[in-house]
Design a protein around this ligand. Structure first.
Ligand code: FEO
Ligand code: CA
Ligand code: CA
Length: 608
């Protein structure tokens, strides 16, 4: 416990750091003093266990679109009753291909020519909430195919109502579904490798994502292993077996989806290489429905959570990425070429050449980005300290990125979820959701049995995202205010907080308001080892160093994809897997719960 106390002291800011974090216009009027109006203008709600959405006084929420809602023709909608009764047909599969997918996660709103184009990830499926209970673990062919088509992404144009809420424009030319069966191209250093090939059927387990400065979306394939079944011992090549084991292929969840029973490509015994086509960052062009998704292999292969782009002072583009599994790593990719605001086609090639790095955190609150490999003019140069395996077959660094990173001594983190660049503080905020298996704390992951999770702030040297060294601190150690167990106590910038501060755990996706305050969506509050309340959206006020709760979701859900419109008048988020665990039925408009995107506005229409 002594150890944690020391770490917390060190996580406190130095005066210099504090100045770095606060924009000049606020320092000038004494940021955080009682004379300055707060930048977080609402009264915190309290965590609850209602099967509904709660927002603060003065705000209201509205559903934007939910699972099975039409994208192309008003009359196309999933027949939830038929699915629940076990009568899923091939026609239902066709309708799912053309309607909003399941388990919405990332939300990106692209503002283009006065239009709002929303891109949403559909991460996974909850058959236990949709099909008859007796089908669990043995879905019919039609059920398996419907689940495959419910994955991927939806692109949907939104109409903005006069009160700043949104509704879908059914039939817009921008509307599109990308699913587990959509043909994708493969580009970058692993293209053409015998394990990977040059195309893929579908994108799966799209969790979080990022928007590029040229208006595309980088969608992240996370737990892609979940869909692969079969017998690992039947795989002949030792190296292939070893890599699959590092990534959890095959998975105990394979029976839930049943894909491998109906499609040979998901059976490792029949097709040992198919899973190498997944675990990538995939670039989607929401402005061109005819452009195929492209898997960008230069960004490495792991359980990708997020891909956040920043344009560096040099014009190079930096993509920050987490690998969301216990004891996995934090990465970044720095493009070789520069972003050109007037040459979109050129920008579309930027992510194929550059350098992939992995983070190493040191005890003295500094850290280093260790180069894994560099791609230039079609040639790969690997870190000379890598084992010979990667030198003999350099593309392997991008295919077995986990193995390469771990061999270089990359820091093993507490499940890296989102990693987002804060444009106000000019620093990277990286979320560690939790890691109940950690027995040895170390500085950047300072709690044993980290049930509650924490958020790191990484300050790149000169605030330049291309830098190879950084300093870091821990602005938020999640937990319960004044909890007697120091591994579960909520600490904000290293300080204890009053008991009326809302407890928070399992931070997942984050975004920033126009002041740089951190809006945090959670995934795991409900668990018995955490808070036993619904997940929600919290705001870390970086000036007053306080925490408030903005939104509480319905039962069983996690909240994902927090997103502001550029004018900060509308906040959107995804209600994913409502009713999971059999706890609820939100939004109470069908025989089954429906994952949905919602928006929140101020009743008086002013900025949030
Ligand atoms: Fe899909 Fe890491 O959350
Ligand atoms: Ca997530
Ligand atoms: Ca999560």
């Amino acid at each position: 416990m002594e150890y944690i106390g020391d770490l917390i002291k060190r996580a406190l800011l130095s005066r210099r750091d504090m100045l770095l974090a606060i924009p000049p216009f606020l320092i000038a009027c004494g940021g955080g003093s009682s004379l300055t109006p707060s930048t977080v203008r609402f009264n915190s709600i309290k965590p609850n266990t209602l099967d509904d959405i709660t927002v603060p006084d003065g705000f209201r929420w509205r559903m934007v679109i939910g699972w099975g809602d039409p994208l192309f023709r008003q009359e196309e909608r999933i027949n939830y009753q038929r699915l629940r009764e076990g009568g899923t047909t091939t026609q239902d599969v066709e309708i799912q291909k053309r309607t909003f997918g399941y388990n919405n996660d990332f939300i990106g709103v692209i503002e283009h020519n006065n239009r709002y184009i929303m891109v949403v990830n559909h991460e996974y499926f909850n058959p236990e909430l949709v099909f008859p209970p007796e089908h669990l673990g043995k879905p019919t062919y039609e059920e398996a195919m419907l689940m495959l088509e419910a994955h991927g992404l939806s692109v949907v144009e939104l109409f903005r109502n006069s009160d700043f809420t949104f509704r879908p424009v059914v039939g817009s030319n921008y509307n599109r579904r990308i699913t587990g069966s959509t043909r994708c191209l493969i580009e970058g250093p692993a293209k053409g490798h015998r394990y990977v090939g040059d195309s893929a059927e579908g994108t799966l387990n799209n969790c979080s994502a990022g928007k590029t400065p040229w208006g595309t979306v980088l969608t992240c394939e996370e737990n892609f292993n979940s869909y692969f079944g079969g017998d690992i011992n039947s795989v002949q090549e030792t190296l292939v077996r070893e890599i699959h084991q590092r990534y959890g292929v095959p998975s105990r969840f394979a029976d839930v989806y049943g894909f491998y029973k109906y499609m040979d490509r998901f059976d490792v015994s029949k097709n040992p290489y198919e899973s190498f086509k997944f675990g990538w960052v995939v670039e989607i062009d929401p402005l061109d429905p005819n452009r195929p998704p492209i898997k960008r292999t230069a960004l490495g292969r792991f359980k990708h959570e997020a891909a956040t782009c920043v344009v560096a002072p040099s014009g190079q583009v930096v993509v920050y990425m987490g690998d969301d599994e216990r004891f996995q790593h934090l990465y970044k990719f720095v493009t070789k070429g520069k972003y050109d605001p007037i040459n979109r086609e050129n920008n579309m090639k930027l992510l194929d050449e550059g350098t992939l790095y992995v983070a190493k955190f040191y005890d003295n609150l500094t850290g280093e980005w260790v180069m894994l490999a560099e791609v230039s003019a079609g040639q790969i140069r690997v870190n000379p300290s890598l084992p010979s395996l990667y030198k003999q077959d350099p593309a392997l660094v991008f295919i077995d990125t986990r193995g390469a990173a771990t061999s270089l001594g990359a820091t093993k983190m507490d499940r890296p979820e989102d990693a987002e660049w804060n444009p106000v503080t000019q620093s990277l905020w990286a979320v560690m959701t939790y890691n109940d298996r950690r027995t040895s704390p170390e500085p950047a992951n300072p709690r044993p049995y980290n049930y509650m999770g924490h958020i790191l702030e990484i300050i790149e040297q000169r605030n330049d995202p291309t830098a190879t060294s950084f300093s870091w601190r821990i602005p938020l150690l999640c937990g319960i205010p004044q909890h007697p167990d120091p591994t579960k106590e909520l600490l904000v910038y290293g300080q204890r907080v009053s008991t009326d501060t809302p407890p928070i755990s399992a931070p997942d996706n984050i975004t920033f308001d126009r002041f740089g305050n951190v809006w945090i969506a959670t995934d795991g509050n409900e668990d018995d080892v955490r808070l036993r309340v619904n997940d929600g959206v919290y705001v870390l006020d970086i000036y007053e160093r306080s925490l408030k709760m903005f939104l509480s979701g319905p039962r069983g859900c996690e909240i994902c994809g927090p997103e502001f419109t550029s004018d900060n008048r509308t906040f959107l988020c995804a209600i994913q897997h409502p009713g999971e665990g059999g706890k609820g039925s939100w939004p109470h408009d069908a025989v089954v719960p429906r994952p949905s995107v919602i928006c929140v506005v101020r009743e008086d229409g002013t900025k949030i």
